[in-house]
Design a protein around this ligand. Structure first.
Ligand code: NDP
Ligand code: OXD
Length: 314
């Protein structure tokens, strides 16, 4: 049984090593720089593979997307009709929660202002609101969103979520559906976005949405924290909102164009924190064992829990 590893732009060596270490008797093959017979490939572990690559593998049984988001993969219109499994793994979840909490605390504890003061050698103590005074609104209450919401709550933040369907298990207020979006935004000081990119969510973070955020919060204006996907956001609207005071700050891990072009005004905006799409990295040691266990389950005829619904796009 042969697995094809195809993740353009990633160093394949640690992945191949991890597949070899964890997958006794299995053979991992690189797509780039290595000759292989397309008919020999049964499984593919991929991240943004070249469009058409997967369609060229006649004996492919399943595709493992090496990330949680599948928007890039589904953009390949030639994808073969085999199950697509996305990553759901504690390693990735914890990494995302770390990033979200880091950004939430960064804005709560006024780090952008203190960094500016430090650059001026200015010693000035600013008023410090408590986490419980900050209303966090979370869009994207899935695997990652749930964990972030839980940890933010544990830190004391006043968390509510926006979801498509009722969430009876949720331990916080849930605003359900498009009709409830205005009320959700009206009580949000810090908007945390962990939505997938779909035709429904594309461009959702625009001026109209920013205008609906709470204006009476303790942070001096609403803050946007987005690690979902760059195309959820309209960057020109974020910049305009920061200029006009509609937004007080933003932390962005994802961008309309990645890498973020050097010419983007986002880079130098004093109210924006930028990270280069690293909120939750996929790592070989964190993920390969789980993929191989899933392959074993699949071979035994069991259904896999994290199969992507092509219809909904995530
Ligand atoms: P999940 O599929 O578990 O969660 C997505 C959630 O979004 C679900 O609860 C889903 O609702 C909800 N949702 C989807 N469409 C809508 C909509 N139109 N309106 C309201 N809610 C909606 O995904 P994950 O939590 O694992 O990952 C979320 C996203 O995070 C990924 O798709 C990816 O884009 C991004 N990501 C970014 C990373 C980074 O490093 N920056 C790393 C990993 C992921 P429902 O429950 O009803 O289906
Ligand atoms: C993912 C990502 O979707 O890293 O996992 O963006």
């Amino acid at each position: 049984m042969t697995i094809l590893f195809a993740a353009e732009g990633w160093d394949p060596a640690p992945w191949i090593q991890a597949f070899e270490k964890h997958g006794e008797g299995r053979r991992a093959v690189m797509s780039v720089g290595q000759e292989f017979d397309p008919a020999s490939i049964h499984y593919a572990a991929v991240w943004k593979p070249r469009p058409g690559l997967l369609a060229s593998l006649p004996n492919l049984r399943a595709i493992f997307n090496l990330g949680a988001g599948v928007d890039a993969l589904l953009a390949d219109t030639t994808l073969p009709d085999v199950p697509i499994i996305r990553i759901v793994n504690p390693d990735l979840t914890v990494r995302m929660t770390e990033w979200v909490v880091l950004q939430a605390l960064f804005h709560l504890r006024q780090m952008p202002a203190y960094q500016a003061q430090q650059a001026r050698r200015e010693w000035r103590q600013l008023a410090q609101p408590a986490a419980r005074e900050v209303r966090v609104g979370l869009m994207g209450y899935g695997v990652l969103g749930r964990d972030s919401a839980e940890v933010l709550q544990r830190l004391g933040f006043d968390v509510a979520v926006w979801a498509r369907r009722p969430q009876p298990e949720a331990d916080c207020p849930v605003f359900v559906g498009k009709d409830a979006l205005p009320a959700f935004l009206a009580r949000t000081d810090m908007l945390v976005v962990l939505l997938p990119l779909t035709p429904e969510t594309r461009g959702i973070l625009d001026r109209t949405l920013f205008e609906r955020l709470a204006r009476d919060g303790v942070l001096g204006g609403p803050v946007l924290i987005n690690a979902g996907r760059g195309l959820l956001q309209v960057e020109a609207d974020i910049l305009a909102a920061l200029e006009s005071g509609l937004l007080a700050g933003a932390s962005l891990d994802v961008f309309e164009t990645e890498p973020l072009p050097a010419t983007s005004p986002l880079w130098t905006h004093p109210k924006i924190v930028i990270t280069p799409h690293v909120a939750a990295d996929s790592t070989p040691e964190g993920l390969v064992g789980g993929i191989l266990a899933d392959i074993a389950r699949f071979e035994r005829g069991e259904t896999l829990p994290n199969e992507v619904d092509r219809q909904s796009g995530y």
